[in-house]
Design a protein around this ligand. Structure first.
Ligand code: FAD
Length: 392
């Protein structure tokens, strides 16, 4: 294949989702624009999973134990405290950062025990939690009609708008000199070891010192199986409410309401008030490769249960069903670092259900790794080497 032009960069990132855009932003910010960075995406910025995820910053509410993954999540949540303001100042885009907590209902005594144990270890470790009695729960969220034994609230968790976040990160990166090449990609990659030299895409040839593969659910396939990142399909129902419905009820806290009964695929129900007039209800979980078609029976089961939890939903219009592919890994942990056998090809993927939350810390850590060769947080537990397969 002959190329009309060749482009040279210090670092080329494949994938313009939350992860790729955050890495580009932090590389440009930390090098004060001196490091020449490009993102290449076969679609447009934020066109895949990062565009429609529920955007919860769920660092604590689902965490069962302390450890490196918990630390990663909490650090990322901390970064959002300044990142949201900085992105708005730089780009004018409000990522709708709402650190208003996330609640989880104790639907039965087994769940109550799990949540109370969680509250116990997290409180002892210095992370704020609150227990709501059934009466307090009813006062705070009167529209939740599902009977429960109370609820745990991780008061420092929160949410953002995923689509606004990706747009803001990409715009801020551009202002710092990052080039974003959309509608360009590749299907076949033969990585050279120990040093890769160039990425040959549909339209161009990108020569760089370093490469980062942040292609979400497609990363495993792009790297010929060198890392086991595989798609896990998720469906979210987006309801339209009258303008200001949630706001007039002072509702900004996402609520987890347990497993969806009689669902044909695993599904856990959560309700997230979004913007001025939407409630997002998620989500199913299904391994069907790259298939993004709707499983209607699963949507129906989710809708039925959600209406039991919050009967008002029945009077709202179901606007759309959003379907995305979570980049899953066998141990549900992200994959961050140099590919085994390579000196300059990095992977940042496998963020599964937490890629929006983890985008901030991933950007920061990967930028540190690429620019300084070390990170402030130990990322060995997330190393691609744990899967120990050298790319073909
Ligand atoms: C239903 C659902 C709900 C979710 N809710 C939350 C939540 O509340 N909180 C949270 O933190 N996370 C949530 N997530 C998870 C989160 O959305 C993902 O972990 C995150 O978006 C992954 O980001 P990414 O940048 O790795 O991937 P993506 O956003 O998918 O980006 C990958 C990019 O790579 C590009 N690409 C692929 N192949 C190529 C190629 N060959 N050449 C060039 N470019 C290529 C794609 O076009 C795409 O733009 C949810 C996910 C789903 C499905």
């Amino acid at each position: 294949m002959s190329y009309s032009f060749e482009k040279k960069y210090d670092c080329v990132i494949v994938g313009a989702g939350a992860i790729g855009c955050s890495i580009a932003f932090f590389l440009a910010k930390e090098s004060q624009g001196k490091y020449k960075v490009a993102i290449v995406d076969r679609n447009v910025v934020g066109d895949e999973t990062s565009s429609g995820a529920a955007g919860m910053l769920a660092a604590q509410i689902e965490s069962e134990s302390a450890g490196p993954f918990f630390d990663l999540q909490v650090q990322s949540r901390e970064i959002f405290k300044w990142l949201s303001g900085e992105l708005e100042d730089t780009t004018g885009i409000n990522i709708q950062y709402l650190p208003k907590g996330i609640a989880a209902l104790a639907i039965d005594s087994a769940q109550e025990k799990i949540l109370k144990d969680r509250m116990d270890w997290q409180t002892k470790a210095g992370h704020a939690c609150e227990w709501l009695s059934p009466d307090t729960l009813a006062q705070k969220f009167p529209f939740i009609k599902k009977k429960s034994l109370g609820a745990l609230v991780a008061t420092q968790d929160g949410q953002v708008s995923s689509s606004a976040l990706v747009q803001a990160l990409s715009e801020a990166a551009k202002k710092l000199g990052v080039d974003i090449h959309e509608s360009d990609g590749f299907d076949d990659l033969q990585l050279k070891h120990p040093k890769h030299d160039a990425l040959e895409t549909y339209l161009s040839r990108y020569v760089a010192d370093k490469f980062v593969f942040a292609a979400g659910s497609w990363t495993g396939r792009l790297l010929n199986g060198a890392v086991p990142v595989d798609p896990v399909k998720g469906q979210i129902l987006i309801y339209e409410t009258p303008s200001g419905w949630a706001k007039s009820r002072n509702w900004q806290t996402p609520i987890y309401a347990g497993e969806v009964p009689n669902s044909p695929v695993p599904a856990a129900c959560y309700l997230v008030p979004k913007g001025d007039n939407e409630i997002w209800v998620g989500a199913t979980s299904e391994k069907r490769g790259l298939d993004k078609s709707e499983n209607e029976a699963a949507s129906n089961a989710l809708a039925k249960y959600a209406a039991e939890v919050m009967p008002d939903l029945s009077s709202f219009k179901l606007k759309t069903v959003w379907i995305g592919l979570r980049p899953g890994t066998p141990d549900n942990l992200p994959v961050l670092g140099l590919l085994p056998g390579s000196e300059n090809a990095y992977v940042a993927s496998g963020h599964y259900r937490n890629g929006i939350l983890l985008s901030a810390v991933t950007g920061k850590l990967m930028a540190d790794l690429i620019l300084k060769g070390k990170t402030t947080l130990n990322i060995d537990p997330f190393s691609p080497a744990r899967f120990s397969k050298i790319p073909a």
